[in-house]
Design a protein around this ligand. Structure first.
Ligand code: HDE
Length: 700
């Protein structure tokens, strides 16, 4: 007998409707709330397939079974060839200073105007299911739905790139992704083929410095800078062009993790950054960035000691200051990961009138690649009709027709131009706008057709040196240690030697430190195409010492046991939350603990699954008996020991001392006795204890 065993409780009201723009929506508030097939036929049962008898085989006529299974079979689409793993959010951009002298783009001239945005952050090398915290560049792609069409600023969290010409991109990506015969490593540059390629590509050296710096292990998406990387051009009403570099600066400052911490986060919470972004927005802590520009005239560009069209070079802020002209706030999580985050298609070619590409040979290739890749990824020339990609501020209208998945029903027969259908009283369709429409900046271009790189692109080391030498002592040590780590995973000795030979052009001390870290002799210096120059140092390129000392955006974990003093827990919670931190209680059991005095305190996380790597600062508030039990639990010792070696503030009650001692914690300014009040815990909790590092880690 048929039965409804296994049936889900009645679903919320749900029905498909077609919005006026032709956009398909599934809403959850339709009055009849009936489950239907994709073609609207109401279903009486979608939990039992149609069978020949209760125990018989399924019948071919079961369109309910077939439709459900078939749709499921085709749910996946190809992941992005690069930047496959990403997370995104909606928000707005607001212009605070007009750039009218330089551009006619409405989004950059109308002060106070708010433009909707959709921003996607990503890693580069790993697949869609890889972890959030590998050492990697991060994508920072912003889609502005402007009144003059979409503008996609598809940037990274590092202002330069590995290569100068787009034609090398497939080689770079093949080298960094998992090796093709063995299918590993996933989401890691620490392997033979990447370093083999890098050693043979001196132009990559500057970017490698950044990729080995703490920038490549960000603390959260909310704490990353963003850069347009390529040089673009702003074009004003008169058709005059000005070079521009675009910048995003996070309100929370640029912050990173420690490398050992990043490795451990990968196991503890592979979705660390995705979760952080989602929870911050859901909790009303909206991430915010300043938007800035560096403007450079042609004459100023000609005077620079490098080529402004070379994407392996940055313009130091000390040379051309960043003018902050706007801000971006992300205040809404996507409703559906696939429909929005996965189907979002960013195209550097999406530029409103007044913003234009430069001749940067890396950008020139990008202008082709992104449109092209969507055709295999999203499968149709009509991907611009997907809701997330639709131009919202200025709907599209043109003579393009048909194709797979055409979602619109164009009326009439005006699908060509010029036409004179209007003279016959018919709809003639849209027309060009010679004045207001997009016009490419009329830059003079001349020369023979050649496959050559300009000589002005030949200096591969000056800016690598600039970057390394501009770092603080701490950051230099991290960078050197990162190269040692990566090269130690490279099995080719000749490749390690080549890298060491190249590094001597950056800084001989760096090269020696890496050689010592590898226990290798320093080979002869590689002969550079152009001798590197010593540029004026740029302290703005640092992270350490620059980010605000604040608990905003930070997470505090309080480890408790039965018998803990609830007043201290509450004092720490109140103080930390008062400064904007998120506070979570960690206990040996998820049901929580019974505090001194008998109250029950629920836990947010169980100790084994909530290690200290997911927090920025920790407090240990335990009873003497609870502490004695924790001494036999390695997760507890790890909790404290890792907090210490990851340079975090540790607040403790007197009863927790045996656990701190067992974990090897030595007293310093970041280890705070909570007996004298929770306030003392706050200053060290606002930052990392960099001074502690030499006592816990042997750095190169
Ligand atoms: Fe990309 N890049 N890229 N890239 N890129 C893609 O387009 C490409 C480069 C960047 O969240 C792909 O839609 C070439 C620089 C981001 O959806 C693809 C070259 C910068 C994203 C592509 C570069 C970027 C991509 C893959 C060398 C910083 C993710 C999927 C010329 C300015 C966007 C896709 C998102 C994605 C090509 C170099 C940023 C294959 C040929 C430099 C943030 O089209």
């Amino acid at each position: 007998m048929p039965n409804d065993k296994g049936r889900a409780p009645s679903a919320p009201d749900s029905k498909l409707i077609v919005a006026p723009g032709g956009e398909l929506h599934q809403t959850a508030s339709q009055p009849d709330g009936r489950l239907t097939t994709n073609f609207g036929v109401p279903l009486s049962d979608d939990q039992n397939s149609l069978k020949a008898g209760p125990r018989g085989p399924a019948l071919l006529e079961d369109f309910v079974l077939r439709e459900k299974i078939q749709h499921f079979d085709h749910e996946r689409i190809p992941e992005r060839i690069v930047h496959a793993r990403g997370s995104a959010a909606h928000g707005f951009f607001e212009l605070t200073t007009s750039l009218a002298p330089y551009t006619r783009a409405n989004i950059l001239t109308e002060v106070g105007q708010r433009t909707e945005v959709f921003t996607r952050f990503s890693t580069v090398a790993g697949g869609a299911g890889s972890v959030d915290t590998p050492r990697d560049v991060r994508g920072f792609a912003v889609k502005f739905y402007t009144r003059e069409g979409n503008w996609d600023l598809v940037g990274n969290n590092i202002p330069v790139f590995f290569i100068q010409d787009a034609i090398k991109f497939p080689d770079l990506i093949h080298a960094v992704k998992m090796e093709s015969d063995r299918g590993y490593p996933q989401a890691a540059s620490a392997h033979d083929t990447f370093w083999d390629f890098i050693g043979l590509m001196p132009e990559a050296t500057h970017m490698v410095m950044w990729a080995m710096s703490d920038r490549a292990i960000p603390r959260s998406f909310r704490m990353m800078e963003g850069f347009g990387v390529n040089t673009f051009r702003l074009v004003n009403e008169k058709g005059e062009g000005t070079f521009v570099k675009f910048h995003w600066r996070p309100k929370l400052g640029t912050q990173s993790t420690c490398w050992d911490e990043a490795l451990k986060i990968a196991g503890a919470d592979p979705d660390f950054h995705r979760r952080d972004l989602h929870e911050a927005i859901a909790g009303g802590h909206f991430p915010e960035w300043e938007f800035g520009v560096q403007l450079v005239s042609q004459a100023e560009a000609d005077a620079l000691p490098f080529d402004i069209l070379d994407a392996t070079k940055l313009i130091p802020e000390e040379m051309v200051p960043i003018q902050v002209v706007g801000r971006m706030v992300l205040d809404r999580n996507p409703d559906n990961f696939f429909a929005e985050t996965e189907q979002a298609a960013f195209l550097p070619t999406n530029m409103p009138p007044g913003i234009d590409a430069s001749e940067d040979p890396l950008l020139q290739g990008r202008l082709f690649s992104y449109q092209d890749t969507q055709l295999s990824r999203l499968g149709s020339v009509n991907f611009h009709q997907l809701p997330i990609n639709q131009a919202k501020g200025c709907p599209f209208q043109n003579m393009q027709r048909d194709g797979h998945m055409q979602m619109q029903i164009p009326k009439g027969r005006a699908n060509y131009e010029p036409n004179s259908l209007a003279e016959a009283g018919e709809e003639g369709g849209p027309r060009e706008d010679p004045k207001g429409g997009f016009r490419t900046a009329a830059m003079a271009v001349e020369g023979p057709k050649v496959r050559l790189r300009a000589e002005t692109f030949a200096d591969h080391y000056s800016q690598a040196r600039l970057f390394f030498r501009s770092q603080t002592r701490i950051e230099q040590a991290h960078l050197a240690s990162a190269i040692v780590f990566e090269l130690s995973k490279c099995s080719f000795e000749h490749v390690r030697q080549r890298i060491l030979a190249n590094l001597q052009n950056v800084d001989s001390d760096l090269a020696q430190r890496v050689a010592t870290g590898l226990n290798m002799d320093l080979p002869a210096r590689a002969e550079p195409a152009v001798e590197p120059k010593d540029m004026e140092l740029s302290p703005m390129l640092r992270i350490v010492g620059k980010y605000p000392q604040t608990l905003m955006g930070r997470a505090v974990g309080i480890l408790v046991t039965d018998g803990a003093d609830g007043a201290i827990v509450e004092a720490v919670r109140k103080a930390a939350e008062g400064e904007g931190a998120t506070v979570k209680v960690v206990a040996p059991k998820i049901g929580g603990v019974t505090l001194k005095g008998g109250d029950v305190l629920k836990a947010d996380g169980q100790l084994a699954g909530s290690p200290s790597v997911i927090f920025d600062a920790v407090a240990v508030v335990v009873s003497a008996e609870g502490c004695a039990q924790l001494l036999g639990e390695s997760a507890a010792t790890d909790f404290v020991a890792n907090a210490f070696v990851h340079l975090k503030a540790i607040g403790f009650t007197a009863q927790a001392k045996p656990l701190l001692d067992k974990a090897g914690v030595q007293t310093d300014a970041g280890v705070v006795d909570l007996g004298s009040g929770a306030e003392a815990f706050l200053p060290p909790a606002r930052t990392r204890q960099w001074d502690r590092e030499p006592s816990v880690r042997m750095l190169a």
